[in-house]
Design a protein around this ligand. Sequence first.
Ligand SMILES: [Zn+2]
Length: 254
Amino acid sequence: MKKMKVIDLTQPWGMNTPPWPGGKAPTIRYVNMISTDGYSQQEITFTTHIGTHLDGPLHFDPKGRDLASLPMDKLVGEGVVVDVSEVGPYGIYTPKHVTSKVDVKKGDILIIHTGFHKYYANAEEPDEIAYFYKHPGPHREFRDWVAEMKFKWIGVDCGSADHPMNTGLQKLNPIVAKEAEKKLGKPLSEIFPPEMDHMMHHTLFKQPYEIIHVENIGGDIDKVLNKRLIIGCFPLKTIGGESTPCRVVAFLFE
Ligand SMILES: [Zn+2]
């Protein structure tokens, strides 16, 4: 058997882990203490899109499968982690940013590295505004290519697989929106017309694609850039579950 390295691609998780802007923050508290009860136990509350998490089919497809129905071969398989960090803040990436660096196969798992994972809470340079509002996002061509490639799932090391200015965040922070417009050199309404809103979510989650997303990937992602690996996402097996925090792990055979 070949030697296997296991690389964690999960962001650490705590009560300061921020939800998507406007969402509810998590809580962690002790409900039993060793001094009182002889053992400790905690109660944790969280909304489902906090930290490294899987957006399951039900997040955007009312007819979709719940988390408990997703088979392991949908969640674990061969794939690539691709570095597109050269695109930079507010930038727009295309399939070429991926295919010029790695061989991608139909049915792979694809993880996009924008470099923005370093801005998440508990990471190197925590900056919630940069993290959620300024990461690069995909061109429409990229969405069409993802559908064609029939990926099992795609992952991003930032808040969304959509460009932040192609989500509700554009209206939530007009100062950032202005900065984005300046950087992109065109009115945002031209680059992201309303019918394209959340395009990576609205079209890809539904059958026949069911290309779901993992958001807020991090951990040791910098160690596996532009590599082919076995990648696994390990979510809660929630009956009726829409999305859930998860662990993402890459297995490298040398
Ligand atoms: Zn999500």
